[in-house]
Design a protein around this ligand. Structure first.
Ligand code: NAD
Length: 476
């Protein structure tokens, strides 16, 4: 995505890192240790398909092992290369530190167009790739735990988990070797939508702070805010759906790989998603205006721009023309280093990727803990909690009757109050708490230091500081 005049994705991440470390007091040696990528494994393997041997190239990069296991998604796309996985692995290190999930950073990728293969073929390819990584401990519950990313989802994670279990028949913690599995295969409720849900919680938290909104020239709440979203995949679809259905946002444009759909009155995200599922394209969707040049729609007028597809989409070529006052980086690295500078000069507020899309790794953490503890969250306490609430409600009702006070509980209160939290409620609560906590940590730096003027540098300062503390306490 980057042009010859721009740094590569990995260089872009490095430059952003250096903007932050210039404001920190780290020894040059420690700074270098944190920044560099520890290792990248490249594998080329063959799978017999369609009557011939097909060769595939895959990567698993480990950026930092200051905490183990290391964590990061596996991406299936033709654009996958070493530079990209190393950039994404570095972002995982900083992201995990920012949201306090106890992992180092990693990332993997397979250079493949997943749409070019049918399900059975993809299973063979995935199992073979997983085999190569498992035998080198690059998939392992204690050392390296992948998750879904672009082009992969629950299905691929279930194959990987099964492949690991077949190769490690006595490992009682086998299920914890990968996250993002479907619930019936050891997954957790709420993981599929976690990244999109996290984007929603990130925006809600931003909108709780009047001064922060004011920096973007915005006011009020999310209701009726005009949103443009790029990429209606796992992250983009859920973010757009929740923001429009639950917070009253108006999704005025959806940009996909084959163009964009527009409607100033607000698009029906679910209807578009179902249309794409049925037709494989956004073209001919009947309830919106279609334009072929999707990338140009990034430059349209709106309140919140959410790139949720891939890296480098806002670059030196279009940054000056971006009009959104607030950009939420739901994708990893959607803004290049050069573009970031232009946008900042224009006064645009950017909620950075390492925070905005951290919902995925946060709920992956919960899934990993669930797998290691071998019990569903809420199973022990849910009914006890309900029983205690019952006692209170019954006591109130008895008091009212005994004393003739005529108190009545409002309709719906009892149902809501009596219900103990199940796994999904607990996951959402944990995610919300995490997103709020991480935002506060960034915000304290953003507002608390004169030399910090943007959330990205604030986020890097918080996370690099935490990684440095871990290294120092190890005696490195
Ligand atoms: P996905 O494969 O589910 O969806 C990507 C979407 O983007 C697809 O709908 C695709 O058609 C669209 N797209 C591709 N190229 C495009 C283009 N040029 N213009 C417009 N749309 C285009 O992937 P995802 O899991 O939603 O990941 C999206 C981004 O979010 C990636 O940067 C990924 O690293 C990041 N992310 C994902 C997760 C997760 O849990 N899945 C977590 C954190 C970050």
């Amino acid at each position: 995505m980057h042009s010859a005049t721009e740094p590569s994705f990995r260089e872009s991440v490095d430059l952003m890192f250096k903007r932050a470390t210039a404001l920190m007091d780290l020894s040059p040696g420690l700074e270098e240790k944190i920044r560099i990528c520890n290792s990248t494994y490249t594998v080329r393997f063959g799978v017999r398909l369609r009557g011939d041997i097909q060769t595939f190239t895959g990567y698993r990069s480990v950026h930092s092992e200051h905490m183990e296991p290391v964590k990061g998604g596996i991406r299936y796309a033709l654009s996958v290369n070493q530079d990209e996985v190393e950039a994404l692995a570095a972002l995982m290190t900083y992201k995990c530190a920012l949201v306090e999930t106890p992992f180092g950073g990693s990332k993997g990728g397979l250079c493949i167009d997943p749409r070019a293969w049918d399900e059975h073929e993809l299973e063979q390819i995935t199992r073979r790739f997983a085999y190569e990584l498992i035998k080198r401990d690059l998939i392992n519950p204690a050392q390296n735990v992948p998750a879904p990313d672009m082009g992969t989802g629950e299905r691929e994670m279930a194959w990987i988990a099964d492949q690991y279990a077949r190769m490690n028949t006595t490992d009682i913690n086998a299920k914890a070797c990968v996250t993002g599995k479907p619930p019936h295969a050891g997954g957790i409720q709420g993981r599929v939508e976690a990244t999109g849900r996290g984007v929603q919680y990130a925006l809600r938290e931003f909108f709780r702070h009047k001064e922060d909104k004011a920096k973007a020239g915005l006011s009020g709440d999310l209701d009726a805010k005009r949103v443009i979203i790029q990429g209606l995949g796992n992250v983009g679809y859920h973010a757009a759906k929740f923001l429009s259905e639950e917070d009253g946002c108006k999704v005025v444009a959806v940009i996909e790989r084959d163009g964009a759909l527009l409607d100033d009155k607000g698009l029906d995200v679910e209807a578009i998603f179902q249309w794409i599922k049925a037709h494989g394209t956004i073209k001919a969707f009947p309830h919106a205006i279609y334009t072929e040049n999707g990338a140009a729609v990034l430059e349209h007028d709106c309140d919140i721009l959410i790139p949720a597809a891939l890296e480098g989409v806002i670059n030196l070529g279009n940054a000056a023309r971006i009009r959104a006052p607030l950009i939420v980086e739901a994708a990893n690295g959607p803004i290049t280093f050069g573009a970031d500078e232009i946008l900042r000069q224009k006064g645009i507020v950017i909620i950075p990727d390492m925070f905005a899309n951290a919902g995925g790794v946060t709920v992956s953490y919960f899934e990993w803990v669930k797998n290691l503890s071998h019990i569903r969250f809420g199973r022990m306490q849910r009914r006890a909690e309900e029983a205690r609430h019952h006692v209170l409600v019954e006591e109130l009702e008895k008091l009212s009757a005994d004393k003739g006070l005529g108190w009545t509980l409002s309709p719906g209160f009892k149902d809501k109050y009596l219900k103990g939290a199940g796994e999904l409620e607990l996951v959402r609560s944990g995610l919300d708490d995490t997103m709020r906590g991480a935002y506060q940590a960034m915000r304290d730096v953003w507002h608390g230091r004169n030399d910090v003027t943007d959330l990205r540098v604030a986020a890097y300062i918080v996370s690099i500081g935490r990684v440095a503390t871990t290294y120092r306490s190890k005696g490195l």
